[in-house]
Design a protein around this ligand. Structure first.
Ligand SMILES: CC(C)(COP(=O)(O)OP(=O)(O)OC[C@H]1O[C@@H](n2cnc3c(N)ncnc32)[C@H](O)[C@@H]1OP(=O)(O)O)[C@@H](O)C(=O)NCCC(=O)NCCS
Length: 208
C-alpha cells in the first residue's frame, strides 16, 4: 500500500489527503510543526514535525507540502527538495489535466480544476477546487490559483503569487512574483512584483 506523507496538517492539507486517496494512494500521514501537541487532523494521524519528515523521507513512497500560504509552502518545499525527498504531484481524478502540459513536483490539482494544453506549472503550485488554468499559461514556483479562479490563455504568473478565490485574469496578462490578487477580482492589466491588487478592474490596494 502506497503511503503519502503530507507536511502541513491544515484544512488545505486535508483536501490534499482527500485528493491523494481518491487518486490511488493507500495511506496518508501528516507532519506538522505543532506536533507533538497536535496529534491528528480529521481522520489522519500527525506523526512528526518538519525534522522528522526530513529524516523519514527516504523511506516514504511520496511526500508533499499541504500548506495553502505560498511563502510557507515554498520554504517547506525547498527543504524537502534539498533533502532529495520523493516529492510527488497529486491530481484529483475529477480534474482535467491535459497530457500536453507540464506540472512541477509538489503541485496539486484539485477536484473540478482544469489545466489546459500547453500550460506549464512550476513546483509546489496549487490549482484549487474548480479553478482553471488555460492554454499556454506559465505559472512559476509555489503559485496558488484559489478555488473557482480562472486564468485565461497565455498568462504568466510569477513565483509565490496567489490568485484569489473567484478571481479572473484576462488572456496574455503578466502577473509578477509575490502578488496577491484579491477574491473576485478582474485582472485586465499587468501586475508588478509584490503588489496586492483587488476589485474590478483590479488595482493596487494602496489606491483604495
Ligand atoms: C485583497 C485582500 C488580500 C485584502 O486583505 P486585507 O488587506 O486584509 O484587506 P481588508 O479586509 O482590511 O479590506 C480593506 C478594504 O478593501 C476591501 N476589499 C478587501 N478585499 C477585497 C476584494 N477582494 N475585492 C474588493 N474589495 C476588497 C474591503 O472591503 C475594505 O474596504 P473598506 O476599507 O472600504 O472597508 C483580501 O481581502 C482577499 O481578497 N484575499 C484573498 C483570499 C482568498 O482568495 N483566499 C482563498 C483561500 S483558498
Amino acid at each position: 500500500m502506497k503511503r503519502l506523507a503530507i507536511l502541513g496538517a491544515s484544512g488545505h492539507g486535508k483536501v490534499v489527503a482527500d485528493a491523494a486517496l481518491a487518486s490511488g494512494w493507500g495511506e496518508v500521514v501528516f507532519f506538522d510543526d505543532r506536533w507533538p501537541s497536535l496529534q491528528s487532523v480529521g481522520e489522519w494521524p500527525v506523526v512528526g514535525d518538519t525534522s522528522r519528515i526530513l529524516e523519514q523521507a527516504p523511506d516514504t513512497d511520496g511526500v508533499i507540502v499541504g500548506i495553502g500560504d505560498c511563502q510557507a509552502r515554498a520554504t517547506k518545499h525547498a527543504l524537502l527538495s534539498d533533502a532529495n525527498a520523493p516529492i510527488v504531484v497529486i491530481v484529483h481524478p475529477m480534474a482535467w489535466v491535459s497530457p500536453r502540459c507540464r506540472i512541477g513536483a509538489g503541485s496539486v490539482v484539485m477536484a473540478g480544476a482544469v489545466v489546459n494544453v500547453g500550460a506549464t506549472l512550476g513546483e509546489a503550485c496549487i490549482i484549487n477546487t474548480g479553478a482553471t488554468v488555460d492554454h499556454d499559461c506559465n505559472l512559476g514556483f509555489a503559485v496558488h490559483v484559489a478555488p473557482g479562479a480562472n486564468v485565461s490563455g497565455q498568462v504568466a504568473v510569477g513565483d509565490r503569487s496567489w490568485i484569489g478565490v473567484g478571481a479572473c485574469v484576462r488572456q496574455g496578462i503578466r502577473v509578477g512574483a509575490g502578488v496577491m490578487v484579491g477574491a473576485g477580482s478582474v485582472v485586465v492589466a499587468d501586475v508588478e512584483d509584490g503588489l496586492t491588487v483587488f476589485g474590478c478592474p483590479a488595482r493596487p490596494s494602496r489606491s483604495f
